[in-house]
Ligand binder design. Structure first.
Ligand SMILES: CC[C@H](C)[C@H](NC(=O)C[C@H](O)[C@H](CC1CCCCC1)NC(=O)CCNC(=O)[C@H](Cc1ccccc1)NC(=O)N1CCC(N)CC1)C(=O)NCc1cnc(C)nc1N
Length: 328
């Protein structure tokens, strides 16, 4: 079978939310190809933590079965996290259904999750080896769904300030231009990781990237790479400054940002449109804007939503590869 759901950008493309049906109850969740836990806001949480959220009511599901003694605890790159207990239930994502999916039921969530009332949890779509359930690690929705999918794939069609889609089991060729190009994924770290050894602005000399590895992460808002690449890119932008106050590079909102190409698997260069690198204004007047490409101190670069807004991406769990093509 196949399954398709909308991916709706929230608060200026900070994240994308999709409807998921769990035991008959529908919640808007954040699909995250950078982690492997499916966890939800639920009726076990304190009333304070539930404020403003749609929660999964554990009493109302006819099919929820608690997993005795199972717990989870996860922390994310931005310092947020959640923890709780675990059950299994039927999960239906746009028609793709798993009858006994591990559902992680938060009994504690960090403040940033409480404040982000649009999101009621995450669907982890990285590799199951990263799942945090103890004592028995659980499988992701994609791993469980794969045997019944028409093709062992899911795709991310994320749009700038417009509704896009996640699809399981098929690659909709009407959603991208030209031929999709593929690269091998290294699953050692549990991420959708591929080699990405260089960047290029226009027809300037390509810039090498130390470590030369990247992950495709729908759960990260920005595109995070080496400081050297960031500085070389914004050297092309009049008035760009590294503003510690704001926490990264800003520039005049009316700047003409150049496109940025990045290497995928050493086999092709994919393009990020300059317009997608203008992430958002930092001031009310909208004169100074925050860059979508920012520096990270890590030998693993993180290509987040900024990249997905320029590239239609296919994740192939059958042969562990990643496909990219410019959006239609
Ligand atoms: C099993 C763990 C799993 C693999 C985990 N994976 C990740 O952290 C990557 C994953 O994709 C997570 C998924 C996020 C988590 C927060 C909620 C939204 C989804 N991504 C990140 O943490 C990347 C950094 N965060 C982000 O990109 C958040 C995402 C967000 C969006 C909306 C609301 C709130 C947060 N957005 C921002 O920081 N910004 C948006 C606004 C802008 N003005 C600034 C940048 C990990 O590596 N954890 C190890 C880890 C733990 N602790 C730390 C400190 N670092 C770590 N790497």
């Amino acid at each position: 079978g196949t399954g398709k759901v909308t991916a709706t950008p929230i608060n200026g493309d900070v994240e994308y939310l999709s409807p998921v049906n769990i035991g008959g109850q529908t919640l808007n969740l954040d699909f995250d190809s950078g982690s492997s836990d499916l966890w939800v806001f639920n009726s076990q949480l304190s009333t304070a933590s539930q404020t403003g959220h749609t929660v999964f009511n554990v009493a109302k599901s006819q099919t929820l079965q608690m997993m005795t003694g199972a717990t989870y605890s996860i922390s994310y790159g931005d310092g947020s996290g959640s923890a709780g207990n675990v059950g299994t239930d039927t999960v239906n994502i746009g028609g793709a259904t798993v009858t006994s999916q591990a559902i992680e039921l938060a009994t504690a969530v960090s403040a940033s999750f409480v404040e982000d009332t649009a999101s009621n949890g995450l669907v982890g779509l990285a590799f199951s080896k990263l799942n945090t359930v103890k004592p028995t690690q659980q499988k992701t929705f994609f791993d469980n769904a794969m045997p019944n999918l028409a093709e062992p794939v899911f795709t991310a069609d994320l749009r700038s300030n417009a509704v896009g889609a996640y699809e399981f089991g098929a690659i909709d060729t009407s959603k991208f231009n030209g031929t999709m190009q593929w690269a091998a994924v290294n699953t050692t770290n549990g991420f959708w990781q591929f080699s990405s050894e260089k960047f290029q602005v226009g027809d300037a000399t390509p810039m090498a990237v130390p470590g030369g590895q990247a992950i495709a992460d729908t759960g990260t808002t920005l595109m995070l790479t080496s400081a050297a690449v960031v500085n070389a890119y914004y050297a092309n932008v009049q008035g760009a400054v590294n503003d510690q106050q704001v926490g990264g590079v800003t520039f005049p909102c009316n700047s003409q940002l150049p496109d940025l190409q990045f290497d995928v698997g050493g086999s092709f260069m994919a393009n990020v449109k300059g317009s997608d690198i203008n992430f958002a204004p930092v001031d009310n007047a909208g004169t100074t804007c925050f860059g979508g490409v920012q520096a990270i101190q890590s030998n693993l670069q993180i290509y987040g939503d900024i990249m997905f807004k320029s590239q239609f991406v296919a994740f192939n769990g059958g042969n562990n590869s990643i496909g990219m093509a410019p959006h239609q």
